[in-house]
Design a protein around this ligand. Structure first.
Ligand code: S3P
Length: 432
């Protein structure tokens, strides 16, 4: 479905993005193997949630949706580490890389046969990165394309701990190994090349697992998990679109409420601040093991900066939106060390460069990032989402700033993580 976005003279209002997807996924999966029931509130919405819950239900997990009128929550009925059972059909991960990679950590460990697959985009994404360490742990697993692509088939059970130097700073890879490590004999250690989001190790810790973090090393020993109730904060990756809109639009003030500000996720705030963005953090609080706050972004005199190195894993999902902000900054912004963007739901380097160029931005692709010359006057045009939620939403934010009308193809891709995005966008504009 195509969506059009009109230029807005002013952006003003308060928004509440959906619950954090990464935290929700871990809350469901880890509680599904815990010893008892847990309540998870403000669970993420969208197609990726159906993917994770569908896979867990396919494994026999008891997951009930309860409540209404703002009180919606899930009860996850943990049946213990070995409480899940052989699925009678292939598990379907849809578009969700997190689902496939985290659930694979379980499938490698559980003593039965299983197959997991996904949509066309996910079946193109690299899975060798998880199969390699899982095989080192003793897992029996096969995949398409010589074991590098889904569908993946497991004959699970009998894992042993390993020490693994991760070749990429991927939280999905780290989490897959740590989840398998809960079941393995001995201890399992991952060594990260740079810090990536740490929700898995935080949540395992809160659930009583024997997990330890030492700099970039995380070690887990076989553990049973206690269920943990979780109030999921709003997703900073969803909030990022409104923060960029607020900072890059010449006449804006946008408040985003209850956003998760776990330091392993706040790269977008660090980058925007370094660009000179006017962003305030208000009402900081802590829920369970995860901090949150309200964020206020106002029109800012942005400047171009260099974005690369260790910050990249902490800002990986927000780079397309930040490229849009960079197109409105003074001077040049360079994004480098971000080749991982090429293996997301789409090739986000070329999708971002193609879409923003069509709107008049001066942006050049590089192998591992982009170079953006700021100060471009954007003009509405037809752009493609490439079926990728974050590209659809980046183009929508660009459309708010661009003159005239921006038409975004396959705009419903936003439903993967943010089904209410378009409604919120309509509400934010005053005097459009
Ligand atoms: C995620 C990790 C990141 C991120 C994805 C969610 C997670 O992927 O891009 O949207 O929840 O662990 P990688 O681990 O592949 O970098």
């Amino acid at each position: 479905m195509e969506r059009t976005v009109e230029h807005r003279a002013r952006l003003e209002g308060a928004v509440i993005p959906p619950g954090d997807k990464s935290i929700s996924h871990r809350a469901a999966l880890l509680n599904a193997i815990a010893d008892g029931d847990a309540r998870v509130s403000n669970f993420c919405v969208g197609d990726d949630r159906s993917s994770m819950l569908g896979c867990l239900r396919g494994l026999g997990a008891g997951i009930e949706e309860r409540g209404s009128g703002g009180e919606e929550h899930f009860i996850i009925r943990g049946g213990g580490k070995l409480g899940l059972s052989e699925p009678d059909d292939a598990l379907y991960s849809g578009n969700s890389g997190t689902t496939m990679r985290l659930v694979s950590g379980l499938l490698a460990a559980l003593p039965f046969f299983s197959v997991i697959t996904g949509d066309a985009s996910l079946r193109r994404r690299p899975m060798k990165r998880i199969l390699l360490p899982l095989e080192m742990m003793g897992a029996r697993v096969m995949g398409r394309g010589g074991g590098s692509l889904a569908p993946l088939a497991f004959e699970g059970g009998c894992l042993r701990g390993i020490e693994y130097e991760m070749p990429v700073a991927s939280a999905q890879l780290k989490s897959c190994i740590l989840i398998a490590g809960l079941y393995a004999e001995g201890e399992t250690t991952v060594v990260q090349p740079a810090e990536s989001r740490d929700h898995t190790e935080r949540m395992m810790g809160a659930m009583g697992a024997d997990v330890e973090k030492d700099g970039l090393r995380v070690t887990v020993r076989p553990s049973n998990l206690k269920p943990v109730d979780i109030q999921v904060p709003s997703d900073i990756s969803g909030a990022a679109f409104w923060l960029v809109a607020g900072a890059a639009h010449p006449n804006a003030r946008v408040t985003v409420r209850g956003v998760g500000i776990n330091p392993s996720r706040t790269g977008v705030l660090d980058v925007l601040r370094e660009m000179g963005a006017n962003i305030r953090v208000e009402n900081a609080r802590e829920d369970g093991n995860e901090p949150s706050a309200d964020l206020v972004a106002e029109s800012s005199d942005l400047r171009g900066i260099d974005i690369g190195g260790e910050i990249i894993p902490r800002v990986i999902d927000e780079l397309p939106a930040l490229a849009m902000a960079a197109s409105q900054a003074r001077g040049v912004t360079t994004i480098r060390d971000a080749a991982e963007l090429r293996v997301k739901e789409s090739d986000r380097i070329s999708a971002t460069a193609e879409g923003l160029s069509a709107l008049g931005a001066k942006i050049r692709e590089t192998d591992d990032g982009m170079t953006i010359e700021g100060g471009a006057k954007l003009r509405g045009a037809e752009v493609a989402s490439h079926g990728d939620h974050r590209i659809a939403m980046t183009m929508a934010v660009a459309g708010l700033v661009a003159e005239g009308t921006t038409a975004i193809g396959e705009a419903d891709a936003a439903d993967v993580s943010y089904p209410s995005f378009w409604e919120t966008l309509d509400r934010l504009g005053a005097g459009g």
